[in-house]
Design a protein around this ligand. Structure first.
Ligand code: GLN
Length: 253
């Protein structure tokens, strides 16, 4: 299982957001405290961020441990953003280890990450795969469950479905195929963060002086962290956070 994090609020440097917190995402790559599956997250990492005046985020991804990348700390020192999604990866056995398998996945203004695993992948996701056009299936970004889940969510977004619905539908569809799937999804369009909780941990906190952080686990031992229960859907903007039950039994197309 990976660890992931999203932030919305006043512009901060990637260093302030990811590296400086005592148990931040950087450290979670070798010393996560709440991860339920796997021990280190050394199979790649990625950061996506939005720059002022541009709706399409930039990404920096590598196929190596975040601590082994000499460029990241230098970039993190000077890149500032008010909307970020980042992840450190522990690749599921049998899934690819290339840079393209590292979250965040992207399309247009969206960024996406998956913390979890789908048992029996790829065969188990037959219903979800059947909902996608063949050309989408042959153009998956990486040979991973995450890439297929993202292809489904993206397909629903392209049909005009709002982000929270696209992620809920993807979880429901995947669970109908593979009931034991672990599906902590995280996505943003730069103004809203949406996360699902199914099988692993998630917490959120209001950022200081404003904004919000949503993360697989708290990035420090300070006050204000809220743990999100399993089978939840979280929607956060810079102004507020709502947590509702995931509609797992909903009819999905
Ligand atoms: N199954 C996904 C992958 O292999 C996510 C892994 C994870 O959450 N550790 O990339």
């Amino acid at each position: 299982m990976c660890r992931h994090l999203a932030y919305l609020g006043p512009a901060v440097t990637l260093h302030e957001l990811l590296v400086e917190p005592e148990h931040g995402l950087y450290r979670q790559s070798w010393e996560p405290r709440r991860q339920r599956h796997g021990t280190v997250n050394a199979d790649g990492f990625g950061v996506g961020w939005y720059a002022p005046g541009d709706l399409v985020p930039a990404r920096y991804r590598r196929d190596r441990p975040i601590w082994g990348d000499p460029n990241l700390l230098d970039l993190a020192r000077v890149i500032r953003s008010g909307a970020v999604l980042a992840a450190v990866r522990s690749g599921t056995e049998g899934m690819g280890f290339a840079e393209a398998a590292a979250a965040p996945f992207a399309s247009g203004r969206w960024l996406f990450s998956h913390n979890g695993a789908v048992p029996g992948w790829p065969g188990s996701l037959h219903g979800l795969a059947a909902a996608l056009p063949p050309e989408t299936l042959t153009r998956l970004e990486a040979p991973t469950d995450s890439a297929l889940l993202w292809a489904h969510a993206r397909h629903r977004l392209a049909a005009g479905v709002p982000l929270p619905v696209a992620l809920s539908e993807t979880v429901a569809k995947a669970l109908a195929d593979a009931p034991g799937a672990r599906l902590n999804l995280l996505a943003t369009d730069g103004t809203t963060i949406v996360a699902t909780v199914r099988g692993d941990t998630l917490s959120w906190r209001r950022a200081t002086p404003a904004g919000v952080v949503v993360a697989s686990e708290p990035t420090d031992d300070g006050p204000g962290w809220h743990d999100v229960p399993d089978d939840s859907l979280l929607v956060a903007t810079a102004d507020g956070v709502t947590v509702t039950s995931l509609a797992l039994t909903a009819e999905v197309s």
